[in-house]
Write a protein that binds this ligand. Structure first.
Ligand code: IVH
Length: 760
């Protein structure tokens, strides 16, 4: 027994030493922080129970250090302490009890609860209100001087109080905070990295640390770092009694203090607030790895003192880890209803936040290549909230050399068709509409709730129907009859009857539900609703799509000779060629309301030095494409890519065949007649902008019910722009186009047929 414990202690010590080295010296951690914490906690507990076995120089005896050679050193005015960890409520209660035993007075303690930011600690000194120095935590006593770099971070005040009217600053103030990347800034940084062909950063905290430790502060300035301040380390000329007061003071001085901190009346109060934070965690703009709980009273905290490197008056309540490392064993390749190919990682099962994860998303092959993820790699996996677990990236330092590259398959694993990667897309697609897997996914989606909602048609039934050649596509479902169904295994009379009844009911689903069920890429319930508002029938949509495709083809024909001659090396021409090849997404949205199309095209294509005649020709063939696209492009909420998807779907021969078959069996293909309340707005076109007293959609229905039209963009044809609170640039556009701008009240008056008093 004691032999085992001794062995475990020496094993843990050795492992932790190695991980310390990887993290602090090589800057290449092999495990996540929480995995480190777990090992560390296990060792601390064993050593506490069996002090005789603790090794000299145990990792628990040392304060970590992030000191780097290139920076001047700064001695902190007080030790920059760390925090002990609590992993559950029991740990918190024990902490409270221990403290109560130490404190002399039998005092009721209050606690300040605030998020524990997952960044790197920073210590900033202000002398007479001016930022004098900023240092990293270093080894807790001495840190790296990163003043010039910290000054580039905009959330760090260079002078306090930021509002001079608030009086004089303390003679000296040393604050402590955390530097980090907001989630969106980190994503943006990685987008830029990938765009430049550079590998993505895996870990936001390490990247923040690297960004702060640049030798040239201009490099730091390029990174969008954020700083939050949460404590006062030391001061001259300040006398505060509690943490809560300190936070208020810091906020007053103009520091970026994290919002949501709470003053808790007692431990019960604090404990009951924890679950809500855990839920909210994913919605916060930054990563947090737990909550910090501090004894509010500063005298009490002082009396509690310090144990090792941790103050007794504060503790970190750690959330269950969201990240873990494990081995990437293999891949499964999925094909969706649109043909999109998705690689899924098969992992050595790993326990993350209470669940065993053995599959995780790899997003797409582009991402796999950008992150250089290889088969056999040790990978970091994240599982948070409702998001499907995904692979963040490989642990490069853990490679042994036998890992193998992951490449997209050349052919569809289900139907063997050669895969394609559309220009500009990150995904690979199976282009075969009859691919068994695509058909299966299409049908599954078609019958699902929110789509056609056909009860009794689960995946097994669908697959049996396909196997028996009873259905090939969505429309075939409506041609099913009892006889062949009764022949299927497990299909008794009642079951068949129910199935046929629910198929019959599905025929009269509302038009927008029918549209949703088609599974057009990007067209969910919301977009289907927008389409239903603007198109009265499937035929209407089909006609529009066909007109757009025809105009698109004729535009392609016009620019073809130009594209053939364009130099391919220079970046400008490449960009312009891309625009000409994809007019629907690249040109039409830009020029939807342009009445000086010729001039604007001339400006755009100036680098190509085109002859005026040719420019004119381009304009002439773009015009009909713009006109044909308007019914779709002008819908607020439909981006150009969606428009392209919709056009592609409706002009596809297979899809047209399916629609025709569905229509022939009486599936609803028409929008409901809109309710008509009056015609006060007949022949008037409105653009709504800004927030109104009711949702904009509701106001739109009101306009339409009274005979008016609502469009998404302002043109000379717009009758009125209705501006709510904080309207956008549409108001400026209205003014420059001479379109009257009215209020919501004016609109309602107009409906009541009262004259509008437009003040000017
Ligand atoms: S208070 C004396 N508050 O977490 C106690 N620390 O694991 C000072 N941290 O080294 C720490 N958010 O760098 C405090 N709201 C917060 C924090 C926070 C993040 C960091 C801090 C500390 C580490 C301990």
């Amino acid at each position: 027994m004691s032999q085992d414990i001794q062995e475990r202690i020496s094993e843990l010590s050795a492992e932790l030493h190695q991980h310390n080295y990887q993290y602090h010296v090589l800057n290449e951690p092999l495990i996540t922080d929480s995995e480190y914490d777990r090992l560390f906690a296990e060792l601390s507990e064993l050593e506490a129970e069996y002090p005789a076995f603790a090794l000299p120089g145990s990792p628990t005896q040392r304060v970590g250090s992030d000191l780097a050679r290139d920076f001047a050193k700064v001695r902190h005015p007080a030790s920059i302490l760390s925090l002990a960890n609590a992993f559950d409520e029991t740990d918190l209660r024990n902490w409270e009890e221990r403290n109560a035993r130490i404190l002399s007075a039998d005092s009721e303690l209050q606690y300040v609860l605030q998020p524990k930011l997952d960044g790197l600690a920073i210590v900033i000194t202000y002398e007479n209100g001016v930022l004098a120095r900023a240092a990293t935590r270093g080894n807790g006593e001495v840190g790296d001087d990163v003043t010039a770099n910290v000054k580039t971070i905009r959330s760090v005040p260079l002078r306090i109080p930021v509002n001079p009217a608030l009086g004089a600053p303390p003679a000296r103030l040393v604050v402590r905070g955390e530097i980090l990347f907001h989630k969106d800034a980190f994503r943006e940084l990685n987008r830029e990295q990938l765009a430049q062909g550079a590998p993505a950063y895996i870990n936001a905290r390490n990247t923040a640390s690297g960004s702060l430790k640049q030798k040239d502060s201009r490099e730091t300035a390029k990174r969008k770092l954020t700083a939050y301040v949460y404590a006062i380390v030391d001061s001259d000329g300040l006398n505060l009694g509690s943490e809560w007061e300190s936070l208020r003071f810091l906020r007053e001085m103009g520091f970026n203090v994290i919002s949501g901190a709470a003053l808790c009346q007692d431990m019960d109060d604090a404990a009951k607030r924890l679950p809500a934070w855990e839920t909210k965690r994913d919605d916060l703009p930054f990563e947090i790895d737990g909550m910090v709980l501090k004894v509010d009273s500063l005298p009490a905290a002082r009396e509690l003192g310090v144990v090792g490197k941790d103050p007794r008056g504060a503790i970190a309540y750690k959330f269950p880890a969201e990240e873990a490392t494990t081995r990437l064993l293999g891949l499964t390749i999925g094909v969706g209803r649109t043909g999109r190919v998705t690689p899924t990682a098969q992992l050595e099962p790993v326990f993350i936040g209470g669940v065993t994860v053995s599959n995780a998303s790899l997003h797409n092959y582009e991402q796999v290549a950008a992150l250089d993820i290889r088969l056999g790699d040790r990978v970091v996996v994240k599982r948070s909230g409702d998001v499907i677990p995904y692979v963040i990236g490989p642990v490069i330092g853990a490679r042994c050399g036998s890992e193998t590259a992951i490449l997209p398959p050349e052919t569809c694993p289900f139907c063997d068709t050669t895969l394609i990667q559309p220009e500009g897309a990150v995904d690979w697609f199976c282009p075969n509409p009859n691919c068994s897997e695509r058909v299966m996914r299409t049908l599954e989606f078609f019958v699902s709730r929110g789509a056609m909602d056909i009860e009794g048609m689960g995946p097994q039934t669908i697959s049996a129907l396909i196997d028996e050649s009873l259905i090939e596509d969505e429309a075939d479902i409506f041609y099913l009859n009892a006889e062949p169904l009764l022949a299927l295994e497990g299909f008794a009379e009642k079951k068949v009857e129910n199935l046929l009844a629910s198929i019959e009911r599905a025929k009269s689903r509302p038009f927008e539900q029918v549209l949703t069920s088609l599974g057009i890429d990007g067209v969910g319930a919301t977009v289907a609703g927008l389409l239903t508002d603007n198109f009265s029938s499937m035929q209407d949509l089909l006609d529009t799509a066909r007109r757009i495709r025809a105009a698109d083809l004729s535009f392609a024909h016009t620019v073809e000779p130009l594209l053939a001659d364009l130099p391919t090396e220079d970046a400008d021409s490449k960009k312009l060629a891309l625009r000409l090849r994809h007019p629907l997404t690249e040109l039409v949205p830009r020029y939807l309301d342009a009445d000086d199309l010729n001039d604007r095209l001339a400006r755009l294509f100036k680098p190509l030095g085109l002859a005026p005649d040719f420019l004119h020709e381009i304009a002439v063939s773009l015009q009909p494409l713009i006109a044909a696209s308007r019914p779709l492009q002008a819908i607020d909420g439909l981006g150009p890519v969606l428009v392209e998807n919709i056009v592609a779907w409706f002009t596809d021969a297979h899809n047209q065949k399916v629609l025709a078959k569905m229509q022939a069996t009486g599936v609803n293909m028409r929008a409901e007649e809109k309710e008509v309340a009056g015609s006060a707005l007949a022949n008037l076109t409105f653009v709504l902008t800004g927030s109104m007293s009711v949702p904009r959609g509701e106001l739109k229905s009101l306009v339409e019910a009274n005979g008016g039209k609502v469009t998404g963009s302002v043109s000379k044809k717009t009758s009125y722009v209705v501006a709510g609170d904080s309207p956008g640039s549409k108001v400026d556009k209205a003014v420059s186009n001479g379109v009257p701008v009215i209020s919501e009240a004016d609109l309602r008056a107009l409906i009541a047929s009262q004259p509008i008093a437009t003040g000017g």
